[in-house]
Structures are given as structure tokens and as C-alpha cells.
Design a protein around this ligand. Structure first.
Ligand code: HEM
Length: 187
């Protein structure tokens, strides 16, 4: 995804510039042949949090965080699974559960021990319209965003699908009427 794609969600040009500028990208080479860092622009792709998988593992206790751009399509249950995962952390594992150091208990992760620390906590963000920032609310928003990111054209595709079906229904009726007319004098 490019930052400019956020336009489809209703963000204005300046807002998108501001969101992009929060991240640094490597550009160049400049006139001396050196690469340099600059704030991202709307025409840049979303900046990944880690430069490579090794750096990602090193920062996460050896576990590799997956690319989230297609995650709602890459897991059984899709958005429902993702919502359950984000809201499914428990501070204390149930009695009798053996626990590996540095892992977190999550009811919905296969195996129930996940290397991802709970990414959401109450009031982690402030909503411009004053909506209370509960974990459920933020999880719903993150999942909605990721569903859109995985398939930005879905709504358009489904709208077109309905039109195509309606067209075919009308066409079938028309063909049936024509068939009756053409064969009407054959007994
Ligand atoms: C709201 C933001 C986030 C979302 C939606 C998210 C989502 C996910 C998902 C869907 C998985 C894969 C679970 C599976 O394999 O079924 C995952 C794994 C992982 N995430 Fe996150 N994540 C977020 C933030 C973070 C953050 C901030 C960190 C690091 C501090 C992180 C670290 C990891 C790691 C290390 C794994 C691999 C877990 C394992 O294999 O045990 N995530 N995340």
C-alpha cells in the first residue's frame, strides 16, 4: 500500500502528508552518490517497522511478526480471528498451564502461547470524536482497516456482482419471452 491510498478512506491531502511524514525512508543516491534518509511522502509505500526479517526476529524474542497487509485473508476466520486474537489476551494463564518465558497467554492463538505482547491497551489512542478508546473499539478499527488494506476493491467488486446478477436475471426473462414468441406457431 502507498500512503496516497488512504485517500480512499476519506483522508485529505494534508492529513496524508502528515501521516507519511511521521516515517523515514531511504532515498538517493544524491549528487555525491550517497543514499540519504528523508520523511516519507504520499507516493511512498507504507514503511515496514523492521528493515529485514532478521532485525524483526532480533527485536521480538526470536519470533517473526508476519506481514499484516494480507493477514485477514491469510488466516482461517479472517477478520473474526484477528479480532479474537487482539482481544484474547489474559494476564494470568489458567491454573496448571506451563508457560514459556517471554511468551503471552492468548486464548485464540493456536497453542495459546504467542510471542506478540498485547499490542492494544485501553486509552492507547485518543479518538478525535471522543469515542472511548477501549481495546474492543481499537481492535474493531484495526481489523476493519486491515480488511480494507487486504482487499480495497471488495465493496466495488460486490456492488458490480449484484448489478451483473440483476442484468443476467433480466436477460434470462427476455430470452424466455423471445423463445415463447419464436416458437409460438409451432404445435
Ligand atoms: C494492532 C497492531 C497489531 C496487530 C493487528 C498484530 C497482528 C498480528 C497477527 C495477526 C499475528 C499472527 C498470528 C498468527 O500467526 O495467527 C501477529 C504475530 C506477531 N506479532 Fe503482532 N500485531 C500487532 C502489533 C504487534 C506489535 C506492536 C508487535 C511487537 C512489539 C508484534 C509482534 C508480533 C510477533 C513477534 C508475532 C509472532 C508471534 C508468534 O509467532 O508467536 N505485533 N501479530
Amino acid at each position: 500500500m502507498y500512503y496516497r491510498n488512504l485517500e480512499a478512506l476519506g483522508y485529505g491531502e494534508e492529513e496524508i502528508q502528515a501521516i507519511a511524514a511521521e516515517h523515514e525512508v531511504t532515498d538517493g543516491p544524491d549528487e555525491e552518490g550517497e543514499m540519504f534518509e528523508r520523511p516519507a511522502r504520499p507516493s511512498d509505500r507504507f514503511v515496514a517497522p523492521f528493515p529485514n526479517p532478521q532485525a524483526a526476529r532480533a527485536a521480538n524474542n526470536g519470533a517473526l511478526p508476519p506481514d499484516l497487509s494480507l493477514i485477514t485473508k491469510a488466516r482461517a476466520g479472517g477478520p473474526d480471528y484477528l479480532f479474537a486474537l487482539l482481544t484474547g489476551y489474559q494476564e494470568e494463564p489458567p491454573e496448571g498451564v506451563e508457560f514459556v518465558e517471554g511468551m503471552y497467554y492468548n486464548e485464540y492463538f493456536p497453542g495459546r502461547q504467542i510471542a506478540m505482547p498485547p499490542p492494544l491497551f485501553d486509552d492507547a489512542v485518543e479518538y478525535a470524536d471522543g469515542t472511548p478508546a477501549t481495546v474492543e473499539q481499537m481492535a474493531r478499527d484495526v481489523v476493519t482497516f486491515l480488511s480494507w488494506a487486504a482487499e480495497p476493491e471488495m465493496e466495488e467488486r460486490k456492488r458490480l456482482g449484484i448489478k451483473v446478477i440483476l442484468f443476467l436475471v433480466v436477460l434470462t426473462g427476455l430470452f424466455y419471452a423471445v423463445k415463447r414468441k419464436v416458437w409460438s406457431d409451432v404445435h
